[in-house]
Design a protein around this ligand. Structure first.
Ligand code: ADP
Ligand code: MG
Length: 339
């Protein structure tokens, strides 16, 4: 009998892998914005048409790419950010898996324009179904522009799963918010169907939080800062009066990466005990920084789940920092304790 196992062609393998990384337009927004941040951009534009179903484009003024790198960037497992497995535990960049552009190129039509600082000319590359259709030198500004057109044009089943434009746009704004919040010194704009929705000048974290979450927070949050040798925390937490019936406006960043953690959320909630009704949720925007060796960020392709080497220390630290920040509101004096 004949053997039956075949290696899948690259474009099919990439399409399958893309399923984990690019689920909807907002996933591409996250990946493209993070690449712009990693490239050291000080100004990043996100342009959206039809909630990303027709066009998603990110334009940055970052480092740009050489002609060879521009081509390589769409290969799977192609990255400039790590060289070996040890690097994973010292990671300071948002990316490292080398999967995003390969995934995007497998499920959309892509146009890349890029130029490095000091290079004479830039590079234009057009891709569909993981293959380069056109490549030529072009005159272009320093930095990178990646346009992703007709997402899932070649995976109709996935395209049909996309929600209404309004729903997909909400996901996009949420991903945009998470990245913009973490980098208040970077200028961001968001344009949808030709209309500028957000224009964020570089500024302080407080200014950025207010721009993104609303002016009322200007007088309704207290700052959080605590430091130990092991870790630091900074950010803002809402005064008890801001607690709402619906969860929203809750942001945790670990080493500037937005994460979801029911465990850390619990640490914050426990610090609000007796200050807010049990079924309500305070706002918070908290940045935890600790040695990258103490965190495993490679537990999920989207990197929104992480593992702490010692999560009990992190829990106690977060809880204490929030109690400390809220001390003025408590009826009974809290004991300040050091870890
Ligand atoms: P990763 O970010 O995990 O390295 P990606 O597939 O997102 O993988 O990107 C592949 C590579 O392409 C990056 O490592 C980087 O070198 C390059 N790259 C991607 N986007 C940009 C950009 N906006 N500016 C400069 N280089 C970029
Ligand atoms: Mg990336």
């Amino acid at each position: 009998m004949a053997d039956k196992i075949l290696l899948l062609p690259d474009n099919i393998a990439n399409q399958i892998a893309a399923g984990e990384v690019i689920q909807r337009p907002a996933s591409a927004v996250k990946e493209l914005l993070e690449n712009a941040v990693d490239a050291g951009a000080t100004s990043i534009q996100l342009i959206v048409v039809d909630a990303g179903k027709t066009l998603l484009q990110v334009v940055d003024n970052g480092s740009g790419m050489s002609e060879t790198d521009a081509r390589m960037s769409f290969e799977r497992h192609a990255t400039s950010k790590i060289r070996n497995i040890d690097d994973l535990f010292h990671i300071r960049t948002m990316g490292f898996r080398g999967e995003a552009l390969a995934s995007i190129a497998a499920v959309a039509q892509v146009e890349l324009k890029t130029k490095r600082t000091g290079d004479e000319t830039g590079t234009f590359i057009e891709i569909a179904n993981s293959s380069v259709i056109r490549q030529e030198p072009i005159a272009v500004a320093e930095g990178t522009s990646i346009a992703m057109k007709n997402l899932f044009f070649n995976v109709p089943a996935r395209r049909n799963f996309l929600k209404s434009n309004a729903a997909e746009m909400r996901h996009i704004v949420e991903e945009f918010t998470r990245v913009a919040m973490a980098y208040p010194h970077i200028k961001f704009t968001l344009t949808s169907n030709g209309q500028q929705l957000l224009h964020l000048e570089s500024g302080s974290l407080k200014q950025r939080v207010i721009q993104l979450l609303g002016n009322p927070y200007n007088t309704k949050m207290v700052s959080v800062t605590d430091n130990t040798d092991y870790m630091n925390i900074h950010g803002f937490t809402g005064k008890p009066e801001t607690a709402k019936k619906t969860r929203g406006d809750q942001y945790f960043f670990v080493n500037n990466r937005f994460i979801k953690s029911a465990y850390l959320n619990h640490a914050v909630m426990s610090a609000y005990q007796q200050l807010i009704p049990a079924d309500s949720f305070p706002m918070y925007v908290l940045f935890i920084d600790l040695d990258p060796e103490q965190v495993d960020v490679n537990v999920h392709p989207t990197k929104q789940e992480i593992k702490f080497e010692d999560e009990k220390i992190v829990y106690a630290f977060v809880q204490a920092a929030i109690k400390h920040a809220l001390a003025q509101f408590s009826i009974t004096p809290t004991l300040d304790f050091d870890l």
